[in-house]
Write a protein that binds this ligand. Structure first.
Ligand code: PLP
Length: 424
């Protein structure tokens, strides 16, 4: 089926007389007739629901839909995108392990890796997103367990060369994990280009209405874990009745371990209610992404035009001809990239603040990828403690405006920018 149809229909097929819409199974637990029934579930001999921390029918429907959309064998949805990033790495890399990570990633992921996971004994090497293949190869160590990057990075909008990163990872016997939040499976399905594990903050385009924080990890099922580097997947898990994930679950080894081990022990599961909202968002994802992209392309073209009169000092949007990543964007996302644009305005930091105050339709919020156009000025909000040289080191110029183009009528969005530029 086409990705559009999958967005609407996949993951849930009601039987005769059952609700047409995915029901919210607002229950922590599930009833069985015999202790043996229940025992078989615990032993993973039968599949079924017994406790919502591990599995729930509403959660399950969303997991199946997301796995189908990305072309994976299974998925685990989580309470947030942060939990998904953590689970994706920690499932295969503990103390003493090493991870190679693109430096162009969401700041929250950077903090998680650079601070919290380093405190857990995991080492990280951050490499530029546009690193050469030879330099990338040189970053591998004996204890490297995975490579991590973002399809389109937040907020810098760098595009990663998925095939090149996957190739280098595979040459060294480790998987390539990619955060596909900004592209969504509508615009890019990284598994088709060799990525092994895909993550998302579903809080962004997938929910799309800014009502449910969530995340997901999707397993392609393609990586061969049986190469001696991942004993936790290939030797008995004594904490789970001695199962050997690769032997007992085949291509679903990684994602099964995530549920039975990490979800059991850490419990960062998605609630049934939030899963219901996530599914509603998914139903219209295809439609919304098309509109986000067509609106953003028009807004980016308008902003480029305004560079001529000096109101706008620079525009960064990967689908814009002349952008450093234009060719990679065309290769991996031929139907368009995302709705997020960054740009600078005349007057530097002060100009940016005046511009923000002049906006009426675009709301100032700490969010992106929302149906409603929203905007953030990092230098006066998320990065306000930094001076101009610290901002430069973080890749955030004082005039940088992150503009998340929504799905409203594009003429109104452009008129809002036009009016705000007059305030500078
Ligand atoms: N990954 C990316 C690319 C993000 O933009 C974000 C949040 O902005 C996250 C992960 C973290 O997701 P969440 O806020 O749902 O925890």
């Amino acid at each position: 089926m086409h990705i559009n149809t999958k967005c609407v229909q996949s993951g849930y097929t009601p039987r005769n007389g059952e609700p047409r819409v995915v029901p919210i199974a607002q229950s922590t637990t599930f009833k069985y007739d015999t202790a043996e029934n229940m025992g078989n579930l615990f032993d993973l001999k039968e599949s079924g629901f017994f406790y919502t921390r591990l599995a729930n029918p509403t959660v399950d429907a969303v997991e199946k839909k997301l796995a189908d959309l990305e072309g994976g064998v299974g998925a685990v949805i989580t309470s947030s995108g942060q939990a998904a990033s953590f689970f994706s790495v920690f499932n295969i890399c503990g103390a003493g392990g090493h991870v190679i990570c693109s430096s162009a990633i969401y700041g929250g992921t950077y903090n998680l890796f650079h601070k919290t996971m380093r405190e857990m004994g995991i080492d990280f090497t951050f490499v530029p997103p546009d690193i050469s293949e030879d330099e990338l190869r040189a970053a591998f160590r004996e204890n490297t367990k995975c490579v991590f990057g973002e399809t389109i990075s937040n907020p810098s909008l760098d595009i990663i060369d998925i095939e090149m990163f996957a190739r280098a990872a595979h040459e060294h016997g480790v998987p390539f994990i990619i955060d596909n939040t900004f592209a969504t499976p509508v615009n890019c399905r990284p598994i088709e280009f060799g990525a092994d594990i895909v993550t998302h903050s579903t809080t962004k385009y997938i929910d799309g209405h800014a009502c449910a924080v969530g995340g997901v990890v999707i397993d392609s099922g393609n990586f061969n874990w049986d190469n001696g580097k991942f004993p936790a997947l290939t030797t008995p898990d004594e904490s789970y009745h001695g199962v050997v994930y690769t032997k007992d679950f085949g291509r679903a080894a990684y994602i099964t371990k995530m549920r039975t081990h990490l979800m059991r022990d850490i419990g960062a599961m998605a609630s049934p209610q939030n899963s219901f909202y996530t599914n509603l968002g998914l139903e219209t994802l295809f439609l919304r992404v098309e509109r986000h992209v067509s609106n953003a392309e028009k807004v980016a073209a308008y902003l480029s035009e305004r560079e001529k009169d000096g109101s706008i000092t620079w525009v960064n949007y990967p689908s814009l001809p002349g952008n450093k990543y234009y060719e990679l964007a065309r290769k991996y996302m031929p139907n368009g990239t995302c709705g997020v644009i960054s740009f600078g305005v005349r007057g530097g930091r002060e100009g940016a603040v005046k511009f923000m105050e002049g906006l009426r339709l675009a709301a100032i919020v700490t969010h992106v990828a929302d149906a409603r156009t929203c905007v953030l000025h990092p230098a006066s909000t998320t990065h306000r403690q930094m001076n101009d040289s610290e901002l430069a080191a973080a890749g955030v110029s004082p005039d940088l405006i992150r503009f998340s183009v929504g799905i409203e009528y594009v003429g109104d969005i452009i008129a809002d920018i036009d009016n705000a530029l007059k305030e500078i």
